[in-house]
Design a protein around this ligand. Sequence first.
Ligand SMILES: *Cc1c(COP(=O)(O)O)cnc(C)c1O
Length: 428
Amino acid sequence: MNTETGNIYRELGISDNVYQFSREILDSLSTRFCEIDKTAEYNQLKVIKAMQDNKVSEACFLGTTGYGYNDLGRDTLEAVYASVFHAQDALVRPQITCGTHALALALMSNLRPGEELFSPVGKPYDTLEEVIGIRPSKGSLAEYGITYQQVDLLEDGSFDYENIKKALNEKTKLVTIQRSKGYQTRPTLSVQKISELISFIKGIKPDVICMVDNCYGEFVERLEPTDVGADMAVGSLIKNPGGGLAPIGGYIVGKKECVENAAYRLTSPGLGKEVGASLGILKDFYQGLFLAPTVTAGALKGAVFAANAYEKLGFKVVPNSTQSRHDIIQAVTFGTPEGVIAFCKGIQAAAPVDSFVTPEPWDMPGYDSKVIMAAGAFVSGSSIELSADGPIKPPYAVYFQGGLTFEHACFGIMKTLQSIVDAGLVTI
Ligand SMILES: *Cc1c(COP(=O)(O)O)cnc(C)c1O
């Protein structure tokens, strides 16, 4: 590798062997990458059209303070989100602190005591366990007399229609469907699969609210859950739709009534969407949404590269090297804590920020085991930026995601390969 590019990789600590191994894999993936770029092209145009249709102007970037009445930028941004997701309404706020908060808000505002929440796709994301009260927690839905039922996916990852039908009852008010695998090694659900599930459920109980936890799924496909019958889709702005620029925030898009309920819960009965100053951060929300389709595409290509590299080295990867993608997460199962830790060290060492620190496993709030996280992010905790995390428990899988640019995602993966080679876990 006596090219300029090869030289700078060497200066950044990538051996000739790791570079060569990576280069060959990347060169073999051009057809896959081209398909991802075509989806990004469609989604980019979808976002631009939504911005034009809703007459986004420079005045939208001015923030309000205090109550935030008549905040043009906030109201227009919500109209843009509603257009992008082909939904009736949207709540997109910096006052929604993270994805868990957005999901908790959507659930708590649309469920009443005596009603039941149902997950037909197995255990929800770890932090939702406390929201629901699966793990007893102050302020959980369980404390308010809202019950919960769950039906797991079948062994092969498909829906257990028979038991789903049995679980639906007169109390079932809201069905929560998690699109992404989260910290599990089950497959992520495609929008098509979500569509089939919603049709089945609505066929039995037409008035039930179907909510999709859309975290990490935005702009990966051309359709979103709200295109196929979801009453609500919910996510975090420090993941895909914030495009790496949003410094905080969450969104809920969907049926007018569902969004309204969420707004009354976020602020106050009687106030709803009318208050909530945007301060000075709307430009980043708009610009982040504008960049989100291409940022997501870069992250996806990085994930495809990772799957191919680690599969070639003999590790179990989900999705595998050839499967279609429905979120930006790549799971790699190492089977040992050392593998998870070495991988995360590689991601950290590739970061533009904090590359010199060493990540260590720690007891993170909301999780039931130690978790190691690698991130050198411009926005703290942002996982649309190149990041990796893994709970230190069997099967010792690491979850990798993000990269604001494809080039950075590639470099990050090369650093992980180098790190596991240097730790003596594989030879390349
Ligand atoms: C990240 C994530 C959440 C929670 O979002 P936070 O912003 O970390 O609170 C919920 N569900 C899924 C599937 C996620 O990936």
